[in-house]
Design a protein around this ligand. Sequence first.
Ligand code: VGL
Ligand code: ZN
Length: 210
Amino acid sequence: MNPIAANDALVLVDVQIDFCPGGALAVPDGDAVVPLCNALARRFGTVVTTQDFHPAGHVSFASTHGQEPFSEMVVEYGTQVLWPDHCVAGTRGAEFHPDLDLNLVQAILRKGFRAEIDSYSGFVEADQQTSTGLAAYLRERGVRRIFVAGLALDFCVAWTALDARAAGFEVVVLEDACRAIDLGGSVQKARADFDTVGIVVARTRDIQQR
Ligand code: VGL
Ligand code: ZN
């Protein structure tokens, strides 16, 4: 892998209180990524982060439909996993982990803020049509390769990485700086999808500085 250069970006995904132990949709060991994300952020010229940010009554919440969390439901744009209420705008759970150094982050991209459309991806919402504008932002800054880390490997990290690849970027997922939810084989599926489209899976110690 080429060392980190000026046209590389780091995209940190959803390192938020609700995805960490004690949170509403806790990813096992999720807070372990925080020091790795901070260390990574110091090494990149372009650093952005996504923030899962839902209104109360969001389409992805099981409670909205009177269903059980972690069940599935067909909605307008396809099959949606129904989650516990999480990352509700204006609540503490939607905030970033307090130890994540936001001073190192240049742009915060909120997603999933439309009541009727979820967005695991930082690039394209779950209807597969609505762009968040992130690809254009990164392209405008000359970015060619994107390193992805954060939560959760098998959902928002995976969809963000896959859409980055679909948008024409080279993509590296830093697996030791991610943690997974692991629901019905989702980790295996994500890794197979990475392989299919040529996303590189690496560890933080494998990346060199130019
Ligand atoms: C996520 C489920 C629902 C994630 C966000 O950040 O991986 N997962 N919303
Ligand atoms: Zn969400």
